[in-house]
Design a protein around this ligand. Structure first.
Ligand SMILES: *Cc1c(COP(=O)(O)O)cnc(C)c1O
Length: 381
């Protein structure tokens, strides 16, 4: 293994601040198991692109491997190199297109490159000349996502023939397509993409790994597609792609807890403005807690008014959240160091990622991918 990219790799993770993301191994294990069961997939790749959807690249990869996932999928080469540097040896697919001048680096690190045209293969071959390693190729097929991939049978067939003619440089390891509408039961467009897949690929030589399904396709369309291999993300993170329309309640388990602690507590007189722009005024004797997390950590600013959990009770976020801190209205006097749960469970209450997402008007995976590197991530049981 080698990786010779020099880049700006400095990032700050705040480990001295009492604010953390906890990733539940038990929840990941559960979600992997139910996804396997529902999809009937023999082999499962977990999408860990974008810092594992914001959950944390390394803890999520470790949890998923412990849960029996067979491989990982990333968007960019750097994410794959970070996994290799962390000692992770399972197969890794780079789902996006990497510049062909990195072909040797991809091959040397035993990664799988996604390819969309013959030109890329020819450029990559220049880069691989003199290399000891063979590049594993994943051919992308565009059946209607309109993003990357071969769009017609002739060009796909030509690429497959080319790969077969260059066994020193390439291994035809994998082929895939991606659905643009798989997140509910009823989609004509899903069926159209599936028939495009058959039209483009039936009768062509197939590699060892053939994978079509993301979470939605794996959970809702398992009977209609070949599901030896799936590439799932959303469901393993405990989020239902259709946002709760199809799967039974509690079928998936929430994976992420976002918690912090009271770092400062004070009692206020009436009518004191809180935070920038004074969008909130205190009432007489109100106990106000300050917690060390803000929009620079990825909390969307419209989260004002959302009720976090403290001492088993609900406590609303008051005033505009600041870059690094926010204030909550406490139900009573509570000591500094009391745990404040933004996402997660306390006593009889539970806040989910979906609850936060709904409050701020975003999709749950958009909120999650916004969670910044500064937040410490820990894997717990
Ligand atoms: C992100 C991604 C996935 C995983 O999608 P989910 O809907 O989160 O399961 C699968 N395949 C490709 C190509 C992706 O980009």
């Amino acid at each position: 293994m080698q990786s010779k990219i020099k880049g700006a790799l400095i990032m700050v993770v705040a480990v001295t601040r009492p604010t953390r993301i906890k990733i539940s191994q038990a929840a990941v294990t559960h979600n992997v198991a139910v996804t396997r069961q529902a999809s009937g997939a023999k082999f499962m790749f977990l999408a860990v692109k974008a810092n594992a959807y914001g959950f944390g690249l390394i803890p999520m990869a470790q949890a998923a491997i412990k849960a029996g996932v067979d491989g990982l999928a990333v968007a960019v080469l750097d994410e794959a190199l970070a996994l290799r540097q962390a000692g992770i040896t399972v197969p890794i697919i780079i789902l996006g297109i990497t510049l062909p001048q990195y072909a040797k680096l991809i091959a040397d690190n035993d990664l799988i490159a996604t390819v969309s045209d013959l030109d890329w293969l020819q450029a990559a071959q220049q880069n691989l000349a003199g290399s000891q390693s063979t590049l594993q190729v994943n051919l992308g097929v565009d059946t209607g996502m309109g993003r990357i991939g071969f769009r017609n049978r002739e060009s796909l067939s030509e690429a497959i023939t080319y790969l077969a003619s260059q066994p020193i440089f390439f291994k035809y390891q994998s082929i895939m397509t991606h659905f643009s509408e798989s997140d509910s039961l009823a989609t004509d467009y899903f069926q159209k993409q599936l028939s495009n897949w058959h039209r483009l690929t039936d009768g062509l030589p197939m590699p060892p790994m053939v994978h079509l399904a993301n979470s939605g396709a794996a959970m809702y369309h398992a009977d209609e597609i070949p599901t030896d291999y799936i590439r799932a993300g959303t469901v393993v993170y405990g989020i239902e792609p259709s946002r709760g329309e199809v799967l039974p309640d509690n079928y998936l388990k929430p994976v992420l807890t976002l918690e912090t602690e009271l770092i400062f507590v004070k009692q206020m007189p009436a009518n004191v403005g809180i935070s920038y722009g004074h969008t909130y005024y205190t009432h007489e004797g109100e106990w106000v807690g300050t917690v060390p997390i803000g929009y620079a950590d990825g909390l969307p600013r419209p989260i004002q008014g959302f009720e976090v959990l403290v001492n088993g009770q609900k406590a609303p976020i008051i005033g505009q959240i600041a870059m690094d801190q926010l204030m909550i209205s406490l139900p009573e006097k509570l000591p500094v160091g009391t745990v404040v749960t933004i996402i997660g469970k306390q006593g009889q209450y539970e806040n989910t990622l979906e609850d936060v997402a709904q409050h701020v008007g975003l999709a749950p995976w958009v909120v999650a991918t916004g969670l910044q590197d500064r937040l410490m991530r820990v894997l717990v049981d």
